[in-house]
Design a protein around this ligand. Structure first.
Ligand code: NAG
Ligand code: NAG
Ligand code: NAG
Ligand code: NAG
Ligand code: NAG
Length: 213
């Protein structure tokens, strides 16, 4: 007699311990940034007015600090912005950046630019690049093997009308490179951090091959 395996799709009742209240979620992201030493290593202070949600095709919406593989983060993600409340103004231009802040304890000189777009807008709660300038198009993480879990931080800055990028950042198509993020923000007169989030990618060193005599 053939016994067919019966796969029962049991409905899973998931009781979320975490509230979906945006203010609570923003506090959770702030706590993650402090715990991961991104505050103060990357950002001196962090007081976002919105939630930034990174979504990779095939992975879905990331949770703060989520650990992912290099393959999972290879495609350009979509970025969702959710205001803390209805008095947060999300009209106008913004600058979107993604940097590799290296491992916990790395210094500012090791920050690497992976994505930099000026004049993005927020349309239907999503960051839109329809009229943006891609200074550096999205370039997926490639941390050195065995160098530990790198922190990839996606940040949305207010871009006021006075925004004026330094001449070496005024043209598109710059590649991945070391980057003085805070110097750039100051020199180009970007405004406050609207929202930010991060994920981690680690390439584990392969065990050395045993050479047989
Ligand atoms: C949480 O989400 C549910 C479903 O989307 C919604 O009905 C509810 O109002 C939300 N609660 C808060 C506090 O935002
Ligand atoms: C709305 O959110 C902003 C940013 O978090 C906060 O500064 C402000 O006090 C909030 N306003 C209200 C009415 O809750
Ligand atoms: C910077 O990165 C290099 C290469 O990954 C690493 O060897 C070095 O320890 C890092 N330095 C600091 C100060 O974080
Ligand atoms: C907008 O982003 C898409 C997806 O990453 C990219 O293919 C396109 O070239 C970008 N357009 C501009 C104007 O930056
Ligand atoms: C937004 O960016 C676009 C494209 O660079 C520019 O034409 C427009 O003047 C900017 N608007 C504001 C309010 O800065």
């Amino acid at each position: 007699m053939i016994v067919l395996p019966l796969i029962l799709a049991l409905p899973i009742l998931f009781v979320s311990a975490q509230s979906n209240d945006t203010a609570v979620q923003i506090e959770a992201i702030e706590a993650h940034f402090t715990q991961a030493a991104l505050v103060p290593e990357l950002l001196a202070t962090f007081d976002p007015s919105s939630i930034l949600t990174v979504n990779f095709d095939g992975v879905g919406d990331l949770s703060p600090g989520q650990s992912l593989t290099q393959d999972q983060v290879a495609p350009t993600p979509t970025i969702k912005i959710t205001a803390a409340n209805s008095s947060v103004d999300l009209t106008g231009n913004f600058t979107l950046a993604m940097v590799d802040a290296d491992v916990v304890g790395a210094d500012e000189s090791n920050i690497t630019r992976h994505w930099l777009e000026n004049s993005v807008i927020i349309s239907n709660g999503q960051v839109s690049n329809s009229s943006a300038t891609a200074i550096t198009s999205y370039a997926g993480p490639a941390p050195a093997s065995g160098s530990g879990p790198h922190r990839y931080v996606v940040i949305l800055y207010q871009q006021p009308a006075s925004f004026s990028p330094p001449s070496d950042f005024s043209q598109p198509n710059l590649g991945v490179s070391k980057f003085d993020l805070n110097g750039y923000v100051k020199d180009s007169q970007l405004g406050a951090v609207v929202a930010a989030n991060y994920f981690t990618v680690e390439l584990v060193a392969r065990a050395p091959q045993v050479m047989l005599p």
